[in-house]
Design a protein. Structure first.
Lengths: 216, 200
């Protein structure tokens, strides 16, 4: 179905084009952040590029994480503690390596699964306007609007998938917690009530021996 | 390759991809090693390789290969679920070697969304639109597969919630019955005890 270039030649051409175009990139990664751990990601950004960082915690504990975004000179652009979900857009004021870190250092024993999506720059236009003689035909502009609509569908779909994963994780936690606590309570109930009866019986047994001694 | 992160020499870094069945996942990576003398990351580190391991949701290993310092790997999922992609270097240095770390550039693409520009170079108007339409159809198929998978997951979610609901009810009934029977047993047992001890 998908048309591919002939062998590796097409692939190399595509890679070169991507390096030249350089503007638009989107990286989305879901990773597990162990307890007391910090994971940092770096990206080299050209000045003036509009970037968006979006993250969400999917499983683990209270579903929150610390996030910090720093510029090339160490200036903190964004810093939030114990956030479950956030989205931050900024325009790169300088060239350089931008760094963003997720920290789970406040948690003692829960692993967190974190998803983030770092979008750098805008997507390249579907029909590039460099070597055109005429304006876009109706077909082409229809293609462009369908492409934009599909991109937003994929975006909503991703959001929904993450929310559903988070909800499912909470439901499974709740289920195991209910099971364990109920079993625990039933056992405690049995142990305490049987113990009470025997304890009470033992009080009366002692008194019985003292009364017989007094009697005789 | 844009996004990168740091990792220890022998450390395994994993990422999770929750994908539907029959989805092609393509990963590009590049790894650089920190050089103590130059105090910078080497541009190329010959002899350095990365083990790429892909584990399916049923804990089977789908892909386990050693690639060079720069490479592309791909796999198609046969099951829907959380696939775990792990990268670990084949460095044989001891962990105690201080100050050594790796810089891993990573780019993962899920579903065939990349545009093959070499076909567009044909400069044929009809073909270009045709090609774009093919790409859009591909996107729609991927969305449709994701939604199908989402339906399965939501069903599992609903089952878990309903199970929790019935668990709570069931355990509450059991505990109430235990309370009642234990109460009856306690009173009966104590009454028999007092009668036998001639206190009543």
């Amino acid at each position: 179905m998908l048309l591919r270039g002939s062998g590796t030649a097409g692939l190399w051409w595509w890679l070169t084009l991507l390096l030249v175009a350089c503007a638009a990139r989107a990286s989305e990664i879901t990773f597990e952040l162990p307890d007391n751990a910090k994971q940092c990601f770096y990206e080299e950004i050209v000045q003036g590029t509009k970037c968006t960082l979006e993250f969400q915690v999917i499983t683990g504990g209270h579903y929150d994480v610390d996030c910090q975004l720093e510029g090339p000179d160490g200036a903190v652009l964004y810093k939030e503690m114990k956030k479950q979900y956030d989205s931050f857009t900024f325009t790169a004021s300088r060239n350089g390596t931008y760094k963003f870190c997720f920290s789970n250092e406040f948690s003692t024993f829960t692993h967190k699964t974190v998803y983030f999506d770092f979008q750098v720059g805008e997507d390249p236009p579907l029909f590039p306007s460099e070597n055109r003689a005429t304006a876009l035909t109706q077909m082409e502009s229809a293609c462009v609007s369908i492409h934009e609509a599909l991109k937003s569908v994929i975006d909503y779909q991703t959001h929904f998938r993450l929310r559903e994963a988070q909800g499912r994780s909470r439901a499974e936690d709740l289920n195991t917690r209910v099971a364990y606590w109920s079993i625990g309570e039933a056992i405690i109930l049995l142990v305490v009530s049987i113990g009470q009866v025997f304890l009470l019986k033992s009080f009366f047994s002692d008194k019985r021996t003292t009364t017989t001694r007094v009697g005789s | 390759l844009a996004l990168y992160f740091h990792s220890g020499e022998r450390e395994e870094k994993c990422i999770i991809e929750d994908i539907p069945t029959d989805t092609l996942v393509i990963g590009n990576y590049k790894v650089q090693r920190w050089d103590i003398h130059k105090q910078d990351f080497l541009e190329s580190a010959p002899g350095l390789g990365m083990f790429v391991t892909v584990t399916t949701p049923s804990a089977e290993v789908l892909l386990s290969k050693l690639y060079g310092p720069q490479g592309t790997f791909s796999f198609t999922s046969s099951l829907s679920g959380e696939h775990i992609i792990c990268l670990q270097s084949n460095s044989t240095r001891f962990v105690a070697f201080a100050g050594s770390k790796l810089r891993i550039h990573l780019d993962i693409r899920v579903g065939e969304h990349f545009l093959d520009e070499s076909v567009v170079q044909a400069k044929d108007k009809v073909n270009e639109v045709n090609f774009r339409l093919e790409h859009l159809i591909e996107q729609i198929h991927h969305i449709s597969k994701e939604q199908n998978y989402e339906r399965e997951r939501e069903e599992k979610f609903r089952k878990t919630s309903e199970e929790t609901n019935s668990n709570i009810l069931w355990w509450a009934i059991v505990q109430t019955l235990i309370l009642i029977f234990i109460g009856i047993w306690q009173i009966k047992s104590l009454r028999d005890f007092f009668i036998s001890k001639k206190l009543v």
